[in-house]
Design a protein around this ligand. Sequence first.
Ligand code: FPP
Length: 245
Amino acid sequence: MALAPDTAAVLPRHVAIIMDRNGRWARKRLLPREAGHVAGVSAVREVVRAATDIKLEYLTLFAFSSENWKRPKPEVNALMGLFRGYFRSDLDELHARGVRVRIIGSRERVASDIHRMIEEAESRTVSNTGLNLTFAFDYGGQEEIANAARELARAAKEGRLDPETITPELFATRLFTGGLPEPDLVVRTGGERRLSNFLLWQSSYAELLFVDTLWPDFGRKDLLAALENFAQRERQFGAISEAVA
Ligand code: FPP
C-alpha cells in the first residue's frame, strides 16, 4: 500500500503517537499484559519502517509515561526489559536507515544501563538526516512544563534573564523537545480520547486523531490511513479559511 499523491503532497512534518491498549490486546487473547507490550514493540518496528519508507520527517512515540512507574513492579520491569531489548536489537537497523534517535523525558528515575543505552543511541545517530525518531520515555507533559518554568525562574532570580523577554518561543526552547517542530498530527490508538499528559504544550495546534485499533494491531496501513485523514483536514491556526474570508 502506497500513499495517494494527494496525501503525499500534504504529509504532516511531525506525527506523534500515544501507543495505547497493549494490555487489552493481551487480555482479548487470554495472555499476560506483558505479551501485549511485546506485540507493541513489533508494532513500533513496523511503524518506524513505514515512516522511513514514506520519508516522514519526525515521529514521536509515547513509550513510557512518568505515571507508568505506578504500575505493578513486574510490568514496569517487563517494559524496561523491552526498551533495553529494542535498542540492542534495532539500533543497527535504525542507524542503517538514517534514523536520528532522541529520547525525551526526565532520565532521573531510569536505570543507569538504560541511561547509557539512550546516550549511545543518541550519539551514534546524531548525524543522521533521515527520520527523526523520538521516544517519550519517563515523560510527563506537566512535569516538562514545570521544569522549564523552574529553569527560567532560576535564571531570572540569578539575574541572567529579564522576565519580560519570556515568550512562548523562548519557553519552548526549555522543553525536552527544544529544537523539534511541534507535532502536526497526534494519534491515539485504543479508543480513549485523552492526551494523558503527552506533549501538552507542543500539541496546541495539532490535529488529533483517535482510532479504535489497539496499538499491537496498528501497522503500516493504519499509519497511511492516519496520514490520509490528516490530508483531508483544513488547518487554520486560529485564522479563518480563505473560502470564508
Ligand atoms: C499502553 O498500553 C502502552 C504502554 C504503557 C507502553 C507502550 C509501550 C510499548 C508499545 C512497548 C515498548 C516500546 C518500546 C519502544 C520498547 P496499556 O498497557 O496502557 O494497555 P491497556 O490500556 O489496555 O491496559
